[in-house]
Design a protein around this ligand. Sequence first.
Ligand code: SF4
Length: 218
Amino acid sequence: MKPIYIPVYLFSGFMGYCEIKIINHYKLGISPKITKATIIGKKIHQDLEEADKLIPRETATEQQLKNPYVDLDFPREETKIVIDRSPFIYIGRIDKCIRLDGNVVIIDDKVSKSGKVFERPFMDKILQLSCYCEGFLNGYSNLLVFNKIFFKVVQRDIDGNVISEYEEEYNEKLRNLLIGKFQRFEDIYNQKIQPEHCNNANKCRACSYFHGCKWRLE
Ligand code: SF4
């Protein structure tokens, strides 16, 4: 069967925000609207990537990779992940990854126009970061040694300044949640089950599929 490549950022937006997006995207061919926030976020990510290139680095030796207590700093945007659930192949690129005090930390920069700080990121972000952690465990566990894996969401304002940081360990509970969401996404995609509507007009108004969505709430 032909592989079906699913970018992790899309998967997490479908399953952590509104499952109707799956139908809009794959069955009706509606493209998500590019918002101002997306454009600002892209620019900030590019600036961070350029600044990261200026950090002097040496390639880690095998001995350093195998010693969890040697801190490591991976070049920004260069760690790719793949989660193979053939025919579904989930793919993504991690913003930033470090090994610190024996643990790996997957870092994601999120640009917020409102500047509002939340206690815990929304489910779409939790799923996206869980995918990165799972993909990192699949792809890099043989390459380097570490104890635990955490994810960190760095919330920035539209000028790129850090306004909050949230860190959480990726554990069995999150893995089970992620696997359940993969299964559900694949069943909706294959039209075995119906998608669930978010039932939230505020979410609809903020949704990038709003204009083309015939199920939107206004
Ligand atoms: S507009 Fe509303 S119902 Fe439609 S995909 Fe977006 S959140 Fe879901």
